[in-house]
Design a protein around this ligand. Structure first.
Ligand code: FMN
Length: 197
């Protein structure tokens, strides 16, 4: 059986995106043969080698002021010296992303685009969400998978007056689990193909 290593690297200021990150990790862990590392950006120092040996990196951050939070951006910037100048060492890893914010849209697309471009700068292969938009018909509801209608990655929305015990809601956590599972499956296919070649 393929052994795939997946790292979920995320920032969360107040715990909401941490719940989404845990759901992504849970989904990835549901795929047989997958080892999952869930790592906050504050813990990355001293763990760069764990990211180097991972087959897939899934990036996550809250959307703050229409982009990834500053702590996540600091992690991105650190990879210039610690990853890129070491010889493009993340090239050909699988990548994906997720974000959470207070607004239904909240300009989350900007954050997902930021992550996809970041992955492209590292020569990684971006995996999208792979779900049709939910909650977009007369019979749809906020319980639908991908209720927020994103394609590039997984989105979640956390009501501004609710703590991470209540937000984001179950449908967004299910969407996050879907992304984790999808990345784990794609990574296993990729590794099998590489072994066969
Ligand atoms: C500095 C700051 C900027 C924010 N900017 C946005 C934004 O651009 N769009 C949005 O929808 N929500 C915005 N929010 C709300 C957060 O995205 C929301 O509270 C989110 O659930 C926080 O996730 P966290 O608990 O993981 O930090 C902002 C919050 C903060 C603290």
């Amino acid at each position: 059986m393929t052994h795939a290593r997946i790292a979920v690297v995320y920032h969360s200021g107040y715990g909401h995106t941490a719940r989404q990150a845990a759901a992504v990790a849970e989904g990835a862990g549901q795929v047989a043969g997958t080892e999952v590392l869930l790592l906050g950006v504050e813990e990355v120092d001293g763990r760069w080698n764990d990211l180097l040996v991972a087959d897939a990196l899934i990036f996550g951050a809250p959307t703050y002021m229409a982009s990834a939070s500053a702590a996540f951006k600091a992690f991105q910037d650190a990879t210039s010296r610690l990853v890129m100048t070491k010889g493009f060492v993340w090239r050909d890893k699988i990548a994906a992303g997720f974000t959470n914010s207070g607004g239904q849209s909240g300009d989350k697309l900007s954050t997902l685009m930021q992550m996809a471009l970041f992955a492209a700068q590292h020569g990684m292969h971006w995996v999208n969400l792979g779900l049709p938009p939910g909650n977009n018909t007369s019979t749809g509801s906020a319980e639908d998978l991908n209720r927020l209608g994103f394609f590039l990655g997984a989105a979640a929305q956390s009501n501004a007056d609710q703590g991470p015990d209540l937000a984001p809601p179950p449908s967004d956590l299910a969407t996050a689990r879907h992304l984790g599972r999808r990345v784990a499956e794609v990574t296993a296919q990729f590794l099998r193909g590489r072994a066969a070649a």
